[in-house]
Design a protein around this ligand. Structure first.
Ligand code: ATP
Length: 252
């Protein structure tokens, strides 16, 4: 197999006395969507934050194209940073900026596009995410689901090569959930970006994931395709997967 685009090698992270990541190894391959699943509070967001450098491991290394980030030349580091985009769980929009300004910001900061080209790109994303009409509103005036879609539009607007999504559909209604999954899958087919998605949407998220990793008690206890996950006979895995399915059935 190719060298992973991103690779966690024996990464550990402890907060006070709580070990969240315990010597984990995880490979993310170029052009694939890898979904991280696991119970609440297991450390999925902590794992994503290590990819973007918001958190540093206590021990272990995270490799990009086979090399630790700091071992890349300054030009390579800058280029890697430019390729990466992320959408936080709480959306992290700027409250003092309008929806339009929030979505346009990454393009204004990182591209040489003209004002009208930026407008065109922003409008396209707003249409795809069904938020046209909110341009002049502020995040505080929107529902949680709408804020989520604004954050998604902002994460996609630069057409990045690596995108991290922390629970992109939590809080959305079922129709919009499906639409967001569909949009991520369509966009990935079109541009072939590498995605890491943290999600509780089991089993729906599997239809747009090439690989799945299950984080359990500080360890990645499974990584492989959704089919391999379904066929795995580890009782911890099947209890987790089927527990999710039955809780979905209860909700419906
Ligand atoms: N900066 C931090 N300082 C101290 N503890 C932290 C910090 N960030 C995360 N934690 C702790 O690490 C653990 C894992 O948190 P994390 O948000 O990664 O879980 P998660 O798997 O993403 O959960 P959920 O599915 O509910 O979003 C939690 O106990 C959390 O309180």
């Amino acid at each position: 197999m190719d060298t992973p685009l991103i690779q966690f090698c024996n990464v550990s992270k402890t907060f006070d006395t709580k070990t969240v990541l315990n010597n984990i190894n995880l490979s993310i391959y170029k052009g694939e969507i890898t979904t991280i699943i696991g119970k609440s509070g297991e450390g999925k967001s902590v794992l994503l934050k290590h990819v973007i450098g918001l958190l540093k491991p206590d021990s272990g290394t995270i490799l990009f194209n086979g090399k630790a980030f700091t071992k890349h030349s300054p030009t390579e580091q800058l280029s890697l940073k430019k390729k990466l985009s992320y959408m936080f769980q709480d959306s992290a929009l700027f409250d003092s900026m309008t929806v339009y300004e929030n979505i346009a910001l990454p393009l204004q900061e990182a591209s040489n596009l003209s004002k009208s080209e930026i407008q065109q790109r922003v409008e396209m994303r707003m249409t795809q995410l069904d938020i046209v009409g909110t341009e002049h509103q502020y995040p505080g005036q929107l529902s949680g689901g709408m804020r989520k879609r604004v954050a998604l539009a902002r994460a996609l607007v630069t057409e990045p090569e690596i995108i991290l999504f922390d629970e992109p559909t939590t809080g959305l209604d079922p129709i919009r959930k499906k639409a967001v999954h569909q949009m991520i899958a369509d966009y990935q087919r079109k541009l072939g970006f590498t995605g890491i998605i943290v999600s509780h949407e089991i089993p729906e998220i599997f239809s747009i994931s090439q690989r799945v990793a299950l984080l359990n008690k500080g360890d990645i206890i499974f990584q492989g395709t959704p089919e391999q996950l379904n066929n795995d006979d580890n009782p911890v895995i099947s209890t987790f997967i089927h527990g999710h399915e039955s809780s979905l059935l209860n909700i419906d």
